[in-house]
Design a protein around this ligand. Structure first.
Ligand SMILES: Cc1ncc(C[n+]2csc(CCOP(=O)(O)OP(=O)(O)O)c2C)c(N)n1
Ligand SMILES: [Mg+2]
Length: 348
């Protein structure tokens, strides 16, 4: 029998005024403020390399990661700040990583795209589009093989579905899943674009979840702007994955309000009107309005959440700014595995 010794996570009734919903709103506001701060710091020249923010997509990570347990594992691509925050990684250490500082989660050597925090079950942070899907499928297999009931959640974009490793990962996950050996939730973050190329221009089949079904992995679409819908689907399917060891896929239909990356200023591939239309479906506003109705959350409550988020983010920026840069010897650490084949054999 798989072992169970982790915090259990209760499902939340969408119709009920549960304190968890307010907590999710707080976290989504925090992520938004954190991301806005990273954009500002990038423009101030404090953040080098690449920067891809999650503004507009907060409901997708929030609805699912809050339904995971402490010892589950999460993989993401390069648009990864929100996922790490939701897993419980210290925001100071995330901001410091973005600033390239020694106190960062990856010792300042990874930057925005390569956050990693094993302690909190956040397994990256990958810059190679779709490259992490095979790693995540293997991790899910390992979790089951080791006799645990932990699951893996793997996030990727619509564009990532066109790389070969997507097909390899889906086939292996489907195959292992046939034997109940691949407890993984694949989450397609369908934000409508891969850089400047719309889904209609990059995918022969635009009903993306259909492509996953070809590998004997069931799935469904969910409205990614409605965190109630996302969390509801997550509660239902995560329990099922944990029990059966079979993969499942959610296609969360969402939209990014910011450019692809911090350098994508002109955004010639979409009109201002299009972005404006989508802003009417801001996931934070949708949740706030719903909580007004069912929990009596007031504007003053939301103002306080905002204030707290801004203070916390400012503290993270200060921490990052005041942290030292990595020492020269860091050039030679964590570059290649430090144990040889002999030690690997010994642990087998
Ligand atoms: C293997 C590989 N090819 C190309 C790129 C360049 N690239 C970076 S992001 C991106 C688009 C990915 O789009 P999507 O998967 O939809 O994610 P989103 O940015 O929308 O979150 C591309 C092609 C890359 N990083 N890796
Ligand atoms: Mg995309």
């Amino acid at each position: 029998m798989p072992e169970t010794k982790e915090n259990s996570v209760s499902t939340i009734d969408p119709a009920a005024c549960a304190p968890e919903w307010t907590e999710i709103l707080k976290r989504m506001i925090f992520i938004r403020r954190f991301e806005e701060a990273t954009e500002r710091e990038f423009r101030r020249g404090k953040i080098g390399g690449y920067l891809h923010v999650y503004i507009g997509q907060e409901g997708v990570a929030s609805g699912i990661i809050t339904a995971t347990r402490d010892r589950d594992v999460v993989f993401s691509g390069y648009r990864d700040h929100a996922h790490a925050i939701l897993r419980g990684t210290d925001p100071n250490r995330i901001m410091a990583e973005l600033f390239g500082k020694a106190s960062g989660v990856s010792k300042g050597k990874g930057g925005s795209m390569h956050l990693f925090d094993v302690e909190h079950g956040f397994y990256g942070g990958y810059g190679i589009v779709g490259g992490h899907l095979t790693l995540a499928a293997g991790a899910a297999y390992a979790l089951r093989y080791q006799g645990t009931d932990r699951i893996c959640v793997c996030y990727f974009g619509d564009g990532a579905m066109n790389i070969g490793s997507f097909h390899e990962a889906m086939n292996m996950a489907g195959l292992w899943g046939n034997q109940g050996l691949c407890p993984i939730l694949f989450v397609i973050e369908n934000n409508g674009y891969a850089m400047g190329t719309s889904v209609e221009r990059h995918s022969a089949l635009t009903d993306l979840v259909t492509r996953v079904r070809a590998y004997n992995i069931p799935g469904e679409k969910v409205d990614g702007q409605d965190v109630f819908a996302v969390r509801g689907a997550a509660d239902r399917v995560i329990g099922q994955i944990r029990e059966t060891g079979k993969p499942y896929c959610l296609e969360a239909v969402t939209y990014r309000f910011s450019g692809h990356g911090a350098a994508d200023i002109l955004q010639p591939y979409r009109s201002k009107d299009e972005v404006e239309q989508h802003r009417h479906r801001d996931p934070i506003i949708i949740l706030r309005n719903r909580l007004r109705e069912i929990c009596g959350v007031t504007d003053e409550d939301v103002r306080k959440m905002d204030e707290e988020a801004n203070e916390r983010v400012a503290a993270a920026v200060k921490f990052a700014e005041e942290s030292p840069v990595p020492g020269g010897t860091e050039l030679f650490t964590d570059v290649v595995a430090e144990h040889g084949p002999r030690q690997i054999n010994q642990t087998e």
